[in-house]
Ligand binder design. Structure first.
Ligand SMILES: *Cc1c(COP(=O)(O)O)cnc(C)c1O
Length: 377
């Protein structure tokens, strides 16, 4: 047995190195420069929106997007309960009160019917809802055909957390473009990485300008240092943006590799009763992460059994995210819970999904899966 097969593996090489060196040698090592601006234009193009603001992380992008919507003390932000904590943390940073909402069983993404009921109840209670957040889990877009009319009817802006979904589409439209604002992450384990970084995207020039302003310490455009707002030091480094530009050139190829891996998993589990791939059958998904849902009563084994078997074979797995309404830090916050997210957490196993998985590691991984399924089948 050779090294451990990780859930995510960075996929960077000579192209990224050459872009980084070129930026370094250009003499502008500071935050935001020509590489940042070029990367913003390229991401805006890819997401099909007019404006993009490069920032230091996906979390910073979410924070700015929510501030631009007016989230703050005395307001509510609706947050999907099944997500990475950054989504909920960003709401709390603004001083808004997060209210959690449960998932659609097929994808784990926010359930549009629950959302509609919740927005009705919040309106009846005279709550000011600053934003609804939707997350494109594992790279599968939320159901925007239904979510957008719900938000529009309630007069509440939608913020799309597309951290995991760069390059995905929903009915042909690119991820990031569905809300008033969308956000991406370029953390090391995302579809493309700048090692650390993120972006806010929007069609609205005023919202983009607001995010840009807040990301640079809210410094007014005068020569002396003038500040009317509390700002943040959130700009994306010019050097890191150069790495992102190299990654973006390889995005389609990297997504293709993730898709092929997903197809191979899907084919294997299609023959195993009581299992399914979360979000399976979505042709627009970038397949950032593949999670298998296991019904132990039908399969005769549980997600934990598979996870432990793979761990013994040197393969890393983990469940989908522990829902926010179960997190000690968010105890006591309101939540609309049906049990779907709890079930996805308890019964899922996320499998290695990186675009740089070698053929040899893939063979080892699928041999370990075959071995488990033969023992249990
Ligand atoms: C990764 C991620 C974030 C945070 O991005 P960072 O760049 O790590 O700050 C936010 N939301 C979701 C859904 C994520 O997966």
């Amino acid at each position: 047995m050779t090294g451990r097969i990780a859930l995510f593996q960075p996929d960077v090489g000579p192209l990224e190195e050459s872009f980084l060196l070129r930026a370094f040698r250009s003499g502008w090592p500071g935050p935001a420069g020509p590489e940042t601006e070029a990367f913003e234009a390229e991401i805006a193009g890819r997401a099909g929106v007019r404006h993009a603001v490069g920032v230091s992380s996906g979390t910073a992008a979410l924070h700015l997007a929510l501030l631009a919507c007016g989230a703050g003390p005395g307001t509510v932000v609706v947050v999907p309960t099944l997500t990475f904590a950054a989504t909920a943390n960003a709401a709390v940073y603004t001083g808004a009160r997060p209210v959690f909402v449960d998932s659609d069983p097929a994808t784990g993404n926010v359930d549009p019917d629950l959302l509609a009921d919740l927005l009705d109840r919040l309106a009846a209670a005279d709550e000011r809802v600053a934003a609804v957040m939707a997350v494109d889990l594992n790279g599968t877009c939320a159901d925007y055909s239904r979510l957008r009319p719900v938000c529009r009817a309630a007069g509440v802006p939608l913020v799309e957390d597309a951290a995991q979904a760069l390059g995905s589409t929903h009915e042909g439209q690119p991820a990031g473009s569905f809300g008033s604002l969308g956000t991406f992450s370029f953390s090391w384990n995302k579809v493309i990485t700048t090692s650390a970084g993120g972006m806010v995207v929007t069609d609205d020039a005023a919202l983009a300008a607001r995010c840009r302003h807040l990301s640079t310490q809210a410094r007014e455009p005068v020569t002396h240092y003038e500040h009317r707002d509390v700002g943040y030091n959130y700009r994306l480094s010019n050097l890191l943006a150069a790495v992102g530009r190299a990654q973006l050139r390889r995005l389609d190829e990297m997504i293709e590799r993730r898709r092929r891996l997903r197809e191979r998993y899907a084919k294997l589990f299609a023959a195993v009763p009581g299992t399914r791939i979360v979000g399976d059958g979505d042709p627009g998904a970038n397949c950032w992460l593949t999670s298998v849902l296991v019904d132990p009563e039908v399969a005769g084994w549980g997600a934990g059994h598979l996870g432990r078997h793979l761990a013994r074979r040197g393969v890393e797995t983990r469940p989908m995210w522990k829902p926010m309404h179960r997190q000690p830090v968010f105890a006591g916050h309101d939540a609309v819970v049906t049990g779907v997210a709890d079930r996805l957490f308890a019964r899922s196993v996320s499998l290695p999904s990186g675009s740089s998985l070698t053929d040899a590691d893939a063979e080892r991984l699928f041999a370990a899966l075959d071995e488990f399924l033969e023992e249990r089948g």
